[in-house]
Design a protein around this ligand. Sequence first.
Ligand SMILES: [Zn+2]
Ligand SMILES: [Zn+2]
Length: 165
Amino acid sequence: MNLEGSCHCEAVRFGVRSTHPYPFNLCYCSVCRKTAGGGGYAINLGADYSTLQIQGEENVEVYRAVLCDKNSGTTKESPGQRSFCRICGSALWVWDPRWPELVHPFASAIDTVLPAPPERTHLMVGSKASWVEVRKGRNDKVFDGYPDESIADWHRRLDLENEGA
Ligand SMILES: [Zn+2]
Ligand SMILES: [Zn+2]
């Protein structure tokens, strides 16, 4: 399906095609929580980076988180590039050069009506804030770290891939 998105001040608008548009993937990591997750988590969608079209690109800034390795104590910059509006601060999408064909828009930035997911995946729960309650639905999966299936695999398992218009 075609996803249309925008930041809150509308200085940035974008469109992207997605075969994996269900907002089921709730990330509780500190970066998502601080930059995009007022409720304690952010929701990323899967979309096709080659189809991303941006209006107002001059207002898009990129943030790369600096992550600290708990074991070694060393810090390194995350390869994930988080785009946001430099005027209103809205989180827009994440692009990671390790998976260059994908882009992950934040569901919160999407204006198109998204389909409601029949079940959810809660990931990076080991990093969640203490005040955040994981509201686990009947078939939901919960992971301390990264989940055992990708956004694409989740859609395939539930036969929810959107190949049409
Ligand atoms: Zn804005
Ligand atoms: Zn995250």
